[in-house]
Write a protein that binds this ligand. Sequence first.
Ligand code: G6P
Length: 607
Amino acid sequence: MCGIFGCILREGSAVKQITEGLKRLEYRGYDSVGVATIDHGELEIRKDAGKIEDVVARHRILDMKGSIGIGHTRWATHGAPTMVNAHPHADGSRSIALIHNGVIENYMELKEELLEKGHEFKSRTDTEVMPHLIEEELKTGVSLQGAFLRALRRVRGSYAFVVLSTVEPDKIYCARNESPLVIGVSENGVYCASDVPALLPYTNKVNYLRNGEMAVLTLNGYQIIKISDGSTVERGLTDITWSPESAEKLGYTHYMLKEIHEQPSSLRDALRLQERYLNLLTTFLDRGKEVFLLAAGTSYHSCIAGSYLFSRLARLTTVPIISSEFIERYGSSVGIDSIVLAVSQSGETYDTLKAVDYARMRASTVLGITNTVGSTLTRVSRAYLIQQSGPEIGVAATKTFTSQVLVLAQMALKLAKLRGKLSQDELDEFQEKLLRVPEWVEETINKQEERVKELAKTHMDDRFFVFLGRGISSATALEGRLKLMEITYVPSLAYPAGESKHGPISVVEDGVSCIFVCPQGDSHSHILGSIMEMKARGAKIISICEEGDEQVKKLSDEVVEMPREIPEELSPIVYVVPLQLLAYHMAVLKGLDPDKPRNLAKSVTVP
Ligand code: G6P
């Protein structure tokens, strides 16, 4: 998400290297920039919204003095991209500057506690609680390290924190949980950064901080400490052999592959929704007479999955609708009692915003789910949730789809609770399964990528594919087909399996590849019939099914086996992963660039 760079130098100006380092992290996407340095014991912070060069020029950042400093490029998750919300954030006494990448889950309760103790907050970020928490701990007389450790033990969520303080003006403290942080050492100094590319011009000797570790950097080197018990961790430096270009992709050949592999972590962040906004959105949904789920492209497929989730968990009927169709189809009938939940990764898709404007004009309530704080959708929605997937650079959406479905699943569960539609046991059980989604996705990537690569090889010359799924798996089939078509350009069809006999079956003949999405659940027995229908017409059957599903295995030519115990309602998030990988590997085998498919744009902001 955000870019981080910190350094302590023997010679030279810290800001020069910080701004250069931040520029090398630009590819991560950002909306604001900030730097803090210490010179002769004085802490100075300069920051603003905007591009690196503009902010650096506007605030004369290169004039900042000192050989120690930290810098940040922000991708907003809490609070719009504005100057006050930009990092670094300071404590009340302005002796601590702190930058953060990640999401602090319990910041509301920490903030309330700190407000009661008289702390004043300037921003709307979750991050700002952290310097205040350290300040509060320092008041008890502990060292800066002690205060940082205690504060770290109180925050829940994902973070890479970097701290600069006049209390110990020659040190940088940093810590990591789930958000990346790398330490680098060169002859001229010690560094930390969110990613290796920022460090490569200065050093290729790095130490990756691990989850639950903090580190103290000084000119003499660094010390790593376990946050849980304060014990020292001994781990030497690693040599990096990546080129700067491959380092931007963390060694992955394409952003799309990197983003597919990021899903266990982006899904963990999607589970860290802000409770109060989740409650607000579900309250609105509960009150509506009719609820539309409005979106385009991949986000529309999330909405289809969402409609099953709302019905099955919360017994709420919702209507998924393609943005560009909304006005013609429902424009004359929507009104004050209608709720429009718009789902858009970018928050800027023209068709979605146009439909939203229309709905607002008709006095409907507009709600949003987006990945982009400060986007137009966040400004025009009565309430919105941020899906927290971090920037997605590959044009074909991958991690943003899985996060959107996970956000919708949490909304559906919350609504089920509000409406009293599930028993306490059912609620608890589903909640427990929700938390396991990232680990299922991780297991799928680890165990099945090689298998999927083989499939891609076997089928790379196939000229046509049919994707079929039933119930919520029809959303998975549609999304799998969209990925394949977008980046390999191979024509394909996707249909709810039951509907395939009303047309699509006529194109199935000897050798046509049919990809079936078959999780366990209510739809399972029906999908067996559809597989048999296609098999009888000579189709080659490739099935994505649960490990040990002998019925499906017996009927299929090839299978990809998925983890057990995934409830059907959550299956799109996990079952789409082999389909993303299939599209990716097939595109690469065909010599195509999956990151930049022809004729497509990441965000379509024109009619
Ligand atoms: C474009 C992109 C798709 C995306 C769609 C909707 O077509 O190529 O990947 O799903 O726009 O974008 P949104 O930002 O509204 O989710």
